[in-house]
Write a protein that binds this ligand. Structure first.
Ligand code: SAH
Ligand code: SF4
Ligand code: F3S
Length: 450
C-alpha cells in the first residue's frame, strides 16, 4: 500500500470534529497519513459547517483558493464533506468543478470506497455524491480497534446520537443531519471502555440534544434515558472526567440534574443554550420552553450543584426582535450570571422557517446588540472568575507552554500554573487560584489529587 498524505480542515462543531477523526481513522486503513500541510497533501477534505452564513462563506472562499493548487497538481483529490455538502449537494460541483467528491453527513464512512472508484476512472458524477439521508451509524468499534496507532490523546468525544427533531425555526441541523437517532448503549459503553483502556481520561458525550437520548427513534437495545446512560458511562473504571453537550432546556430532567450531585467524575459545568430572554422570541424560534421555565431549571440545577458553572448560546437580532425583547435577553443574563456564553447575530439559513419571517433586524442593530451583550458578559465572566480566588480546584493538565502549564478545571475554566517537568497531559492536579482574568485563571500547584 503506497503512503498518501491527508489534510483535513474542520469548520464546525464537536460532532463535525468527531466525524473528521472517524474519516481520518478510516483512511488510515487505506494508507493515508493524517496531519499533512495542504500544499503537501494528496487528499484534502474540507469538513464543512452551515450553521451561520459566515461558516459557509469561509468554506467557499477556502475552496476557491484551492483551485490553483488543483491546477498545479491535477492528481490532488479534494473532498467537500459535512453540513454544507449535505445541503448543497451537486451544486458544489457546478460552482467549484475542481471538487472531486461531495459527501454528506450520513455517508462519510463510504469515503475510502468512493476514492477507490475515482482512482479506477469512474466518472465523479456517478459515484461522488454521497448524500443519501438514510442514516447509518458508522461502525465505530471496529474502526477504533483497527486504528493505528493506539489513540494518544487524553480527551475524546463520543457521539451518542445524531440529528435533531426539534426544528428550531432558525436552524439547519435537522436538514443537514437528519432525524434524531440514538446509538445503542452497548456500543457507546464499548467505545468508552476502549478509549479509557488506551489512556483516555476525559470523555465528552455528543449529541445535538443529549437530553432526548433514547426517547426518539431509539435504536438502543433497551430504552435508556440520558441520565441512565450518563451513570453507566461514569462508572467505566479509570474514567476521570465526564462531560456532555448539548442540551435543549425543554428536555432537561430532574433525574439528569441529580447526576451532578451523585457522580463524582461528572464535571460541574453545564452548557444550556437559552437563545433569547423574551418569551415572544422564544415562541417564534420554536423553542419549547419559556423564560420562566428556563430560570426554574437553572435554580433546580443549582440546588443540586451550587457551584455548577453555567454557559449558554444566545442569538441576537432574530426576526422581529424589538428593543424590549432584547432587554429581556440582557435581564436574563443579569439574573443567571452565566460564567460564559457564545453569542451570535441571527443569520438566515437556507430551508429554515425563519428565513422567510418578516421584520428582519438591520445589520447595524444586530451589531450593536451583540456588542452590548458581549461587553456585559465579559464583565460578568470576570466577576465570576474572581469567585475562584483562594479556592483549590482539580485541574487536568492539557499542555506545557513556554513557562507554564495549561490545564482545565471541571468548571471548564482554563488555568495556568507552574509545575514540575514530569506532569503530563491528562494528569490531574490540585491548583489554588491566585489570579483571575476574563478568559482564564492562574494558580499555584497544591497537592496531587491522586
Ligand atoms: N443543538 C444545540 C445547538 C447547536 S447549533 C442546541 O439546541 O442547543 C449552536 C448554536 O448556534 C445554537 O445554539 C445557536 O445559538 C446558534 N445558531 C444556530 N442557528 C443559527 C442561525 N441561523 N443564526 C445564528 N446563530 C445560530
Ligand atoms: Fe438546531 Fe434546535 Fe436542534 Fe439545537 S435543538 S440542533 S438549535 S434544531
Ligand atoms: Fe455546523 Fe453541522 Fe455542527 S451545521 S454546528 S457542523 S451539525
Amino acid at each position: 500500500m503506497t503512503t498518501k498524505h491527508l489534510h483535513i480542515k474542520t469548520f464546525g462543531c464537536q460532532m463535525n470534529e468527531r466525524d473528521s477523526e472517524i474519516m481520518e481513522q478510516l483512511l488510515a486503513q487505506h494508507g493515508y497519513l493524517p496531519g499533512a500541510a495542504a500544499e503537501q497533501a494528496d487528499l484534502i477534505i474540507l469538513n464543512t459547517c452551515s450553521i451561520r452564513a459566515k461558516a459557509e462563506q469561509k468554506f467557499f472562499s477556502l475552496l476557491g483558493s484551492l483551485r490553483q493548487e488543483k491546477r498545479r497538481r491535477p492528481g490532488l483529490r479534494i473532498v467537500a464533506a459535512g453540513c454544507v455538502a449535505q445541503q448543497e449537494g451537486e451544486r458544489i460541483f457546478e460552482r467549484m468543478p475542481h471538487v472531486d467528491i461531495v459527501i454528506g453527513t450520513q455517508q462519510f464512512w463510504r469515503l475510502p470506497e468512493m476514492l477507490q472508484r475515482l482512482e479506477r476512472g469512474e466518472s465523479k458524477r456517478e459515484i461522488a455524491c454521497g448524500l443519501d439521508k438514510q442514516f447509518v451509524i458508522p461502525p465505530f468499534q471496529k474502526l477504533l480497534r483497527n486504528a493505528p496507532p493506539a489513540l494518544p490523546e487524553f480527551r475524546k468525544f463520543v457521539t451518542i446520537m445524531q440529528g435533531c427533531d426539534n426544528y428550531c425555526a432558525y436552524c439547519v441541523v435537522p436538514t443537514t443531519r437528519g432525524r434524531e437517532i440514538s446509538r445503542p448503549v452497548a456500543d457507546i459503553l464499548e467505545e468508552v471502555e476502549l478509549l479509557v483502556s488506551h489512556g483516555v481520561k476525559e470523555i465528552t458525550l455528543l449529541g445535538q440534544n443529549v437530553n432526548s437520548y433514547g426517547t426518539t427513534n431509539p435504536v438502543a437495545d433497551r430504552p435508556v434515558s440520558f441520565a441512565e446512560l450518563l451513570k453507566m458511562t461514569a462508572a467505566v473504571p479509570g474514567l476521570r472526567r465526564l462531560r456532555f453537550t448539548t442540551s435543549n432546556p425543554q428536555d432537561l430532567s430532574t433525574e439528569l440534574m441529580r447526576c451532578f450531585a451523585a457522580l463524582p467524575n461528572l464535571c460541574s459545568h453545564f452548557h444550556l443554550p437559552v437563545q433569547a430572554g423574551s418569551n415572544a422570541v422564544l415562541q417564534r424560534m420554536h423553542r419549547k420552553y419559556t423564560r420562566e421555565l428556563y430560570l426554574e431549571k437553572v435554580a433546580e440545577l443549582r440546588s443540586f450543584c451550587p457551584d455548577i458553572a453555567l454557559s449558554t448560546d444566545v442569538i441576537v437580532g432574530f426576526p422581529g426582535e424589538t428593543e424590549e425583547d432584547f432587554a429581556q435577553t440582557m435581564s436574563l443574563l443579569e439574573t443567571v450570571r452565566f460564567h460564559g456564553s457564545f453569542s451570535f447575530k441571527y443569520s438566515d439559513r437556507p430551508g429554515t422557517r425563519s428565513a422567510s419571517f418578516p421584520d428582519k433586524v438591520e445589520e447595524q442593530v444586530k451589531d450593536a446588540r451583540l456588542e452590548r451583550f458581549q461587553a456585559r458578559q465579559d464583565e460578568i465572566s470576570l466577576e465570576r472568575n474572581q469567585e475562584f480566588l483562594g479556592k483549590t480546584v482539580g485541574v487536568m493538565v492539557e499542555r506545557r507552554g513556554e513557562s507554564e502549564l495549561q490545564g482545565r478545571s471541571g468548571s471548564n475554566h482554563i488555568i495556568h500554573f507552574a509545575g514540575p517537568d514530569d506532569l503530563q497531559p491528562g494528569d490531574l492536579v490540585m491548583v489554588t487560584i491566585n489570579h483571575a482574568g476574563q478568559r482564564s485563571l492562574k494558580g499555584e500547584l497544591a497537592a496531587s489529587e491522586n
